[in-house]
Structures are given as structure tokens and as C-alpha cells.
Design a protein around this ligand. Structure first.
Ligand code: ADP
Ligand code: MG
Length: 364
């Protein structure tokens, strides 16, 4: 999938409070690639196609299975980005990080990454070093999440994005890059960074994330015979909520945050659109978020975007916006030939979906 952007849609089950409030489900999975959004108020329904659709019964393991090849790509020296887009409460953090009981993409990728590296090391001929940094993009600032928070009354320094010509990657000047040698160390780093993430209460979700969270893992591989060094990088990004200001009824600082978040997501959409159209100049420099992603979007980078959606009727308009936004990115893959086996894959995925639905019915 060189140069392509893959888009996966995932929607969650109704939450408890939604069920209690009598909310209904308006999203459904048509087949392995298609999601249907019903708009009861407009008496219409729209289908959206993606490279894969994960319905409410999908497991973290099923999702990771379709991402595993990207971890291998990073080990092989590619720049890989996986990011999650969607309104607050749609399931971005669940997909990217998950919980201790039900880990998501980041912990699974970390484990698999070290398994792959260990296997290649045992085969001989190669030596690996792994480093990671974690930042959040809050409004226009890039903040280091692996350093001590500033003293009271002081502002944390905003970092700058620079290009490392030698390594062919973007880097954040002065960021804490931690060497790690085990999956446990890297997972601990994740917990440390997550704890420092900027959160503010909004009406929509009491601890909704108002910043973009980015974990970048750099994999340095030295081929022993030639002393040749190559770098791969995997970036996992949990974007801030994409909701419009109106919905969360925020004002003051929170409103400013929302406006800034929308601006950054629009810049990200513009970059993706320019890539889909094959434009010569890609507007990476319009926002720090896209500058950070510059080496991981377009070129030979491999990008996977999740559009996370709420299935609830009360979120219909936000869901429509998200699906439309994601469809814009999806055009990049229009020319990419689908795997010859895709029909068979689609059939098997449908069987799995039906089986899990049947299981859910039994459990109820
Ligand atoms: P976001 O990060 O987009 O704001 P979260 O990932 O925090 O949303 O999800 C909101 C709530 O929904 C959480 O309680 C989470 O556990 C739950 N949830 C999200 N996705 C799923 C899913 N696929 N299956 C079950 N529960 C989910
Ligand atoms: Mg979240």
C-alpha cells in the first residue's frame, strides 16, 4: 500500500447512558466495506464505503489483525502513521489505546513490534534500537509529555518541528526521546505520557481530550555486514474530538480550544485532500499538527486512518460530518487495486459479524 491512505470506519455500541435515555441506533454495517447511516429526521439514509468497516461487535483483536502489517512495515524502514478521527466519545481512545482489560492498537503494536524485532535479531545480521517520544498538540503548541510539567505559573515550552535530512524523518527539536528495550518499558512510557495529557471538562464528556496525542516510535536498524543504518517510524495519534462548537455548548477557553481543534483538523483534511488530488504542493506547513505528520502522510509513508463514530441517533449529524470528512481521505485509495481475495475476506468478515451478533443475542 505504498503511498496510500487506508481508511477504516469503526462504530461502537450504544453506551449505557444512551440506552437509558432511550437513544436509538442509526448506524449499521452493510458489508465488510460499507456503513449505512439512517437519518430519521430527514427520512433518508446514506452509504459510505471504506477499506474496512468494524461494527459494534468488533473486537480489539480483529482491529489489530488488520493493522499488523503496518508494524512490520515500520520494522522494515517505512514511516507509518495510524490515527483516529471522530467526535468525543466515539471510541478513538478505545481504538488507539484501549484499557488495561481490553488493550487497543498501541499496546498491541508495541508487543508485536518487539516480537518482530526479537525474531529478526535472532536470525542474525541486524541490530535494532528503539526510541520513543510522546507529545500533545494543544492549540498551536507542541508539548513534551515525557518531561516534568512546568512550575506553577510558568508555561510549558512549545517545541518546533524540524526535518532530519539524514534520517529522512521529521523530528521535534528538544523533545525527550527515550530509548526503550522492552515492550514493558515502552508501555510504561505510554502510561506516563497519557497521565500528563491536557484535559479539560466540557459538557460533552467530563474528561474529553482537547489535544492531539502523538506517540512516535523510532526503529533504528543496523545491517551488521555493511554498517548501513535505516530508520522506520510508527506514529500513533489519538486526535482531539472533531465536534462542532455548538454541540458541546462551550464558551471562553473551551470554545477557543474547540475552534483551534477544528482549525487543525481542517488543515489535516486539506493535506489529505491535496494528496488525493495528487497536488504538487501539499500544505503541511499550515499547522503544527500536519508539520508533525509530514513524513508520515504522503510520499512513501503508509497511513491508516480510523473514523470512529457513535451509533446514536442523538449524534447523527456529527456522525455524518465525520463520515464525510473521512470519505475525503478515502479517495486516495480509489486507484489502489483491492486484494484479489477481497470478496472472500468480505464473506468471512460477514460470517464473523453474524456470529458475534448471534452471540450478543444469546447473551442478552
Ligand atoms: P473518544 O476517545 O473518541 O472520546 P472513547 O474511546 O473514550 O471515546 O470511548 C467512549 C466510551 O465508549 C468509553 O467508555 C469506551 O470504553 C466506549 N467504547 C468506545 N468504543 C467502543 C467499542 N468499540 N466497544 C465497546 N465500547 C466502546
Ligand atoms: Mg479520547
Amino acid at each position: 500500500m505504498k503511498g496510500a491512505i487506508r481508511v477504516f470506519a469503526r462504530f461502537r455500541p450504544l453506551g449505557r447512558s444512551e440506552r437509558e435515555a432511550g437513544d436509538s441506533v442509526v448506524l449499521s454495517q452493510v458489508d465488510a466495506f460499507t456503513v449505512d447511516l439512517r437519518r430519521p429526521d430527514h427520512k433518508d439514509s446514506r452509504n459510505f464505503q471504506f477499506d474496512s468497516v468494524f461494527g459494534q461487535g468488533s473486537t480489539q483483536d480483529e482491529v489489530f489483525t488488520e493493522c499488523r502489517d503496518l508494524v512490520q512495515s515500520a520494522v522494515d524502514g517505512y514511516n507509518v502513521t495510524i490515527f483516529a478521527y471522530g467526535q468525543t466519545g466515539a471510541g478513538k481512545t478505545h481504538t488507539m489505546y484501549g484499557s488495561k482489560e481490553d488493550p487497543g492498537l498501541a499496546p498491541r503494536s508495541i508487543q508485536t513490534l518487539f516480537d518482530m524485532i526479537n525474531r529478526e535479531t535472532q536470525r542474525g545480521g541486524k541490530a535494532f534500537k528503539v526510541k520513543a517520544y510522546m507529545v500533545e498538540v494543544y492549540k498551536q503548541d507542541i508539548l513534551d509529555l515525557l518531561t516534568d510539567p512546568p512550575q506553577k505559573g510558568q508555561k510549558a515550552p512549545s517545541l518546533q518541528v524540524k526535518k532530519d535530512v539524514g534520517r529522512g524523518i521529521m523530528y521535534v527539536e528538544g523533545v525527550t526521546e527515550r530509548p526503550v528495550s522492552t515492550p514493558q518499558e515502552l508501555k510504561a512510557l505510554l502510561v506516563e505520557g497519557e497521565r500528563k495529557r491536557h484535559v479539560a471538562a466540557t459538557k460533552m464528556n467530563d474528561c474529553s481530550s482537547r489535544s492531539h496525542l502523538m506517540l512516535s516510535i523510532i526503529i533504528e536498524c543496523t545491517v551488521k555486514d555493511t554498517e548501513q543504518v535505516r530508520y522506520g517510524k510508527i506514529t500513533l495519534c489519538d486526535l482531539a474530538g472533531s465536534e462542532r462548537p455548538k454541540k458541546s455548548e462551550v464558551s471562553g477557553e473551551a470554545l477557543k480550544e474547540t475552534i483551534e481543534i477544528n482549525k487543525s483538523l481542517t488543515c489535516l483534511g486539506d493535506v489529505i485532500e491535496a494528496l488525493t488530488k495528487g497536488d504538487k504542493s501539499i500544505p503541511y506547513r499550515n499547522h503544527k499538527l500536519t508539520m508533525l505528520m509530514q513524513d508520515s502522510l504522503g510520499g512513501s509513508a503508509k497511513t491508516l486512518m480510523f473514523v470512529n463514530c457513535s451509533p446514536a441517533r442523538s449524534n447523527t449529524e456529527e456522525t455524518l460530518m465525520s463520515l464525510k470528512w473521512a470519505s475525503r481521505a478515502r479517495q486516495v485509495t480509489n486507484d489502489v487495486k483491492k486484494n484479489a481475495d477481497s470478496k472472500e475476506v468480505a464473506r468471512l468478515k460477514q460470517v464473523i459479524t453474524l456470529m458475534s451478533q448471534a452471540q450478543n443475542v444469546q447473551e442478552e
